[in-house]
Write a protein of this length. Structure first.
Length: 140
């Protein structure tokens, strides 16, 4: 976990960060009953994905796996992928690859997230660069 302490977050202005065990418990409960709640509305922080994913029972994991492919919004599909990619297992890894190959909107949001996190470019710039890598203000 030491490396994660220094991990920069994406620069999205609406990034969901979980503060407090009550908020975390509420997110976990909503997933367990099939309500994506905030996962369908705004991007989630790395620590949020790890905290929620580590508390999922098999039904919760199945819920995120289903939302990865059938979620109503690209945000829900992307956040679900972001939780699943941090979980062990070949089945999870294979589904992540499939979604990234098949879902252009999720692939774009994942790429923009990595650009924003690694370069700390603002979110609009990160989205633009995800569409055209050479358009980054500092392409090297």
């Amino acid at each position: 976990m030491g490396a994660d302490m220094w991990r920069k977050e994406i620069t999205h202005p609406g990034l969901l960060r979980v503060k407090g065990t009550q908020r975390l418990a509420a997110l976990v409960r909503s997933v367990q009953v099939g309500d994506p709640g905030a996962f369908g509305e705004q991007p989630t922080a790395h620590a949020t994905d790890v905290a929620v994913g580590s508390r999922m029972d098999p039904d919760g994991v199945r819920q995120f796996r289903r939302w990865m492919t059938e979620g109503a919004t690209a945000t829900l599909r992307t956040n679900s992928l972001s939780v699943i990619v941090k979980l062990p297992g070949r089945e999870n890894a294979d589904l992540v690859v499939q979604v990234l190959e098949d879902d252009r909107k999720v692939r774009r949001l994942c790429l923009a997230s990595d650009i924003a996190r690694l370069t700390q470019a603002d979110w609009r710039t990160a989205l633009r660069v995800a569409d055209d890598i050479g358009s980054h203000p500092d392409p090297k």
